[in-house]
Design a protein around this ligand. Structure first.
Ligand code: F3S
Length: 68
C-alpha cells in the first residue's frame, strides 16, 4: 500500500495529521505534506486508512502496491 495525497484538493482541515501523525505533517500554511514516500509499513497502514476516511476533501487515497 502507498498513500497518495492530492495537494490540489487539500483545504487544510488538519485531520490527516491528527489521525496519522507518522504519515502526514502540516506545511507552514497548514496544508498537508506526506512524510513517507513509497510503501506504507504494515504498522502504519491503519493510520493511512484512517486518514483516507477522515479527510473531508477526499484529498487522500491509498493504492495497492506489489506485496501489499
Ligand atoms: Fe488536507 Fe484533508 Fe489533511 S484537507 S490537511 S489532506 S485532512
Amino acid at each position: 500500500m502507498r498513500v497518495v495525497l492530492d495537494p490540489q484538493r487539500c483545504q487544510g482541515h488538519n485531520r490527516c495529521y491528527l489521525v496519522a501523525p507518522e504519515l502526514f505533517e502540516p506545511d507552514d500554511f497548514g496544508y498537508a505534506l506526506l512524510k513517507l514516500e513509497g510503501p506504507v509499513p504494515t504498522h502504519l497502514q491503519e493510520q493511512a486508512l484512517l486518514a483516507v476516511a477522515n479527510c473531508p476533501e477526499f484529498a487522500i487515497r491509498v493504492e495497492e502496491t506489489p506485496g501489499g
